[in-house]
Design a protein around this ligand. Structure first.
Ligand SMILES: NC(=O)c1ccc[n+]([C@@H]2O[C@H](COP(=O)([O-])OP(=O)(O)OC[C@H]3O[C@@H](n4cnc5c(N)ncnc54)[C@H](O)[C@@H]3O)[C@@H](O)[C@H]2O)c1
Ligand SMILES: O=P(O)(O)OC[C@@H](O)[C@@H](O)[C@H](O)[C@H](O)CO
Length: 512
């Protein structure tokens, strides 16, 4: 069928044409399960991870609940989701036990979407529903942040924590502080101790807003803010293959989502809460643990550290996809060296187990179905470098008294990657082989690099001055990196070669 003739996936189409097929092999009743979850974030990750888990549980008749999704920002994709009655197709693909696996199914765990900025009253009204006891969120690392200007009565408050604080206050008031009406809050943002941080900000906002101490007690005692760590590579809407996939499906799906098969959710929390969210009964890889820290450090430093440290090196070497870099002789060697030589030795865990963990990650990176773009991963690279890569550099230098050459090369490459002088629509323009690419990061970070590179281009500063200013920028790194032994000298050598000879030549020299 021609693309223009394809009907859009929605409930009517599903019920008439698909129910009972391989794509929709579930009983119709799961389309009407009650709303039990409040979800902040309509993005790809939650839909391919948490909502997939609710869908799986519902199929087994376990959870019997759906999520109301709140779009927490002004511009988002919630209307696309509502146009399809919350339905979308999820492709999970990869290699399992040496075999290619390609699973596709229509997800049903989203009841509807609400826009926080135009439907805040409706969002607050949900707080009065007794059966909505779970909150999940993914608002990116930028989402869990304190905004001193937030107001309780704003419609809505600006930050995500303030939105949740206002919601919880409505619930507290409506149920007269009933200790049974607290919520289980499961944030998945990839920041350290996401649950603790969210709770801390909410308590601070309660102070700012002069709310009664009984509310704060209710927040602390009757609500469970859990720290969690997620792991699944989700690549979202498949722009490159959408025509083929829609032809295969026989319908149009503007919310189609893609990811790998592997998944892990580690939740730090009391096992007694498991009964409310019984993931374990649906064969899901969800671990309840007493201490999340080792899982987080290992995953963030190795998997995300490998991603973030390789972004500028691979991209400026002319490689666009993660898989292609891991399969490339030079880049593949770089990623391995960065992980095995510079990252793993700083981690306090069994080294052989860590190496095994890393090798499995490289296999995941090679997933033939996953087109994971370096440019997508490059989003907010400065803050990601600070949290995901810099700790390995610092510990390597300060604790092991060695110079982590590969990660320092990556830092020099990052500076070269941010070589732009012009910001347009909050994006910094930079060039690879004369072709423009756009860097997305905090406005301050973009302005910082644009100003330095302009001065350099106008011969007002030397490369060494530029590097010194970047390394000394506490606002970027949280500390002055020029104080780290050998770092500046080593980074200068690399940056100079990258600037003069290009990324590939510099990389080759690194291995000589
Ligand atoms: N994609 C993955 O493979 C993956 C895996 C693990 C974790 N994550 C986490 O997910 C995040 C990206 O999510 P995605 O892949 O779904 O991307 P996405 O662009 O599809 O979704 C981003 C979501 O964040 C919300 N958001 C963005 N900025 C916000 C802000 N300032 N305040 C409140 N909400 C905001 C948006 O409304 C949207 O729902 C990353 O920051 C990462 O920590 C992603
Ligand atoms: O999602 P980001 O932008 O925070 O980071 C990019 C990737 O490193 C990340 O999405 C990983 O693929 C993911 O964390 C795997 O679980």
């Amino acid at each position: 069928m021609a693309k223009k003739d394809l009907k859009m996936l929605n409930r009517e189409f599903l019920e008439k044409q698909l129910l009972g097929s391989e794509l929709a092999n579930f009983p119709a009743e799961i389309l009407d399960y009650p709303e039990k979850v409040l979800q902040f974030g309509e993005g790809n990750f939650l839909r391919a991870f948490v909502d997939w888990m609710f869908h799986k549980m519902n199929k087994k008749g376990i959870f019997k609940g759906r999520a109301v999704v709140i779009q927490p920002i002004r511009k988002g994709r919630i209307s696309n989701l509502n146009e399809q009655d919350g339905l979308y197709t999820l492709y999970l693909r990869g290699i399992e036990a040496g075999e290619e696996v390609n699973k596709k199914e229509i997800m049903t765990a989203i009841s509807r979407g609400l826009e926080a900025y135009s439907q805040w009253d409706k969002v607050l009204k949900l707080a009065e529903k007794e059966e909505i006891e779970i909150v999940v969120s993914n608002t990116t690392e930028a989402g869990i942040s304190y905004n001193p200007d937030d107001k309780l009565e704003a419609s809505p408050p600006e930050s995500f924590p303030a939105k949740l604080a206002a919601y919880l206050y409505r619930r507290y008031e409506y149920f007269n502080g009933d200790p049974e009406k607290g919520m289980i809050i499961l944030p998945v943002e990839l920041i350290d101790r996401n649950g603790d941080n969210l709770k801390r900000i909410i308590l601070k906002l309660a102070d700012d807003w002069g709310l009664e101490s009984e509310f704060k007690q209710w927040i602390k005692k009757s609500n469970h803010f859990l720290n969690t760590l997620v792991d699944r590579i989700v690549t979202g809407y498949p722009f490159n293959e959408i025509d083929d996939l829609e032809a295969e499906l026989g319908y149009h799906d503007q919310n189609l989502d893609t990811g790998e098969i592997f998944h892990l959710w580690v939740i730090e929390g009391d096992e007694s809460l498991k009964a409310k969210v019984p993931f374990h009964k649906a064969d899901l890889n969800v671990k309840w643990v007493d201490d999340l820290s080792p899982y987080r450090t290992t995953k963030v430093r190795i998997l995300n550290g490998a991603h973030t440290s390789t972004v500028p090196v691979a991209y400026l070497s002319g490689i666009d996809l993660v898989r292609d870099a891991v399969n490339d002789q030079l880049l593949g060697e770089f990623i391995k060296k960065a992980v095995f030589n510079d990252i793993i030795p700083t981690l306090r865990a069994d080294q052989a187990e860590l190496e095994d963990f890393a090798n499995k990650i490289f296999e995941r990176f090679k997933n033939p179905y996953i087109d994971h773009k370096w440019l997508d991963i490059s989003l907010n690279s400065t803050s990601k470098f600070k949290t995901r890569v810099l700790p390995s550099i610092v510990e390597h230098i300060e604790k092991l008294n060695k110079t982590p050459e590969y990660l320092i090369f990556s830092l020099a490459a990052l500076i070269a990657f941010y070589k732009g002088t012009e910001i347009e629509a909050s994006e910094l323009k930079a060039y690879r082989e004369g072709k423009e690419y756009l860097i997305k990061d905090d406005q301050e970070a973009l302005e910082f690099f644009a100003e330095l590179w302009s001065k350099y281009e106008n011969e007002k500063i030397e490369l060494a001055d530029l590097l010194n200013s970047v390394l000394a920028a506490k606002e970027l790194w949280g500390r002055d990196l020029t104080e780290l032994a050998n770092l500046e000298a080593s980074a200068f050598k690399q940056l100079k070669t990258i600037e003069k000879e290009g990324m590939k030549a510099a990389l080759k020299k690194l291995f000589i």
